[in-house]
Ligand binder design. Structure first.
Ligand code: ACO
Length: 337
């Protein structure tokens, strides 16, 4: 079927915000039994940002959201989606307050939790609303303060995660214009839910009648199976989305993977037989920022000229759940602020 009457979601604005406090590997090594050398060689991370007292996910989300709206040239949207696993409160969701603080009181707003795959899931959700005609413009924010759920004694997770936010504006357009989001591939595997988990704080723990184990309020991760799943799931999802888009792997100018570990990204490049140079990277400066990772790496690469208008870009992400997701787009001209 010719797609002349089909609506597509088109990327028309992008913005990011990082809390100002930098925590270097050397800073971590002063508090814990770790070293700059270990963290750099095992993960590629040199530093990450951490919120200061008084900040929360909504603060980061509002800053990134305001920049994305400005970049899009209009502050009018009819839906706000905040992808986050670290909402300000268990109830209510963070998006209504974020929308209110952006001057969007009354606009539909909700949170979406798909952990590190959250931003791609949120893009797919927003694109679905636009395709169905239930929204014309959507603000999609990925924001997390994952350092707030880390165990202060766990050197492995403290080394990996950082706080941040990134946002995009999607508008209704046509599938053939630059910025149009292509097909999506989304997937999940709940049989491995316990590989990355915050055991307490939810209904299971509260309903158990058991006393709270204080360690269970923190995130825990079984690193090696997560590493292997990350490589396999992102590689397979990339192949599936390329197939749906009718692109060959060599048609892709830039790959933007979830930034969790530079070695995971190298392994995906090897699996796909693509030169490493086509993979954009900012994990060295921000670590794993969970739902913020994809918009942060896209915005950083665009600002650095590493992603240019006209580039064919493949986005792929993976995280707790397990969950993963991919999409493609041709990079549009954007106001990068
Ligand atoms: N500093 C020094 N040593 C450390 C540190 C540290 N920060 N962390 C772990 N080690 C030690 C371990 O204790 C272990 O010591 P041992 O051999 O004496 O037992 C040794 O280093 C090797 O540990 P491994 O776990 O085998 O190290 P590995 O090379 O697998 O790297 C890592 C660990 C970085 C966590 C890796 O497994 C990884 O990146 N996993 C994927 C994480 C990920 O992608 N998460 C993304 C999803 S997150 C989400 O969705 C919320």
């Amino acid at each position: 079927m010719a797609g002349h009457h089909r609506r597509a979601a088109v990327l028309c604005g992008i913005g990011t915000w990082l809390p100002p406090r930098v925590v270097t590997n050397a800073d971590l090594a002063r508090q814990l039994d770790t070293s700059d050398e270990w963290i750099r060689t095992r993960t590629g991370i040199r530093e990450r940002r951490v919120i200061d007292r008084g900040m929360s996910t909504s603060v980061l989300a509002v800053e990134a959201g305001a920049r994305a709206l400005k970049s899009s040239g209009s502050s009018e949207v009819d839906l706000v989606v905040v992808a986050t696993t670290t909402p300000d409160h268990p109830c209510p969701s963070t998006a209504p307050e974020v929308a209110h603080r952006l001057g969007l009181t009354g606009v539909a707003a909700f949170d979406l939790n798909a952990v590190c795959a959250g931003f791609v899931y949120a893009l797919a959700t927003a694109a679905g609303h636009i395709a169905a005609g239930s929204a014309e413009r959507v603000l999609v924010i990925g924001a997390d303060t994952f350092t707030t759920v880390l165990n202060p004694l766990d050197r492995t997770t403290l080394a990996i995660f950082g706080d941040g936010a990134g946002a995009v504006v999607l508008r209704a357009g046509t599938p053939d214009e630059p910025g149009a989001l292509g097909p999506f591939d989304l997937g999940a595997d709940g049989s491995n839910a316990d590989l990355l988990i915050v055991p307490a704080g939810g209904s299971e723990q509260r309903g158990s009648g058991e006393p709270l184990d204080p360690a269970d309020v923190h995130f825990r991760m079984d690193g090696q199976p997560v590493f292997r799943n990350a490589v396999t799931r992102m590689s397979e999802s990339a192949v599936k989305v390329l197939d749906r888009a009718g692109w060959r792997v060599e048609d892709v100018d830039r790959f933007a993977c979830h930034q969790a570990n530079a070695r995971i990204i190298s392994a995906v490049a090897r699996d796909l037989a693509v030169p490493q140079e086509r993979f954009v990277l900012n994990v060295d400066r921000v670590g794993n920022t969970v739902a913020a990772s994809i918009p942060l790496v896209l915005a950083d690469a665009a600002a650095a000229g590493d992603i240019e208008p006209g580039h064919r870009v493949l986005v792929t992400s993976f995280g707790a759940g397990l969950g993963w997701g991919s999409t493609v787009l041709t990079w549009p001209e954007l106001d990068l602020g």
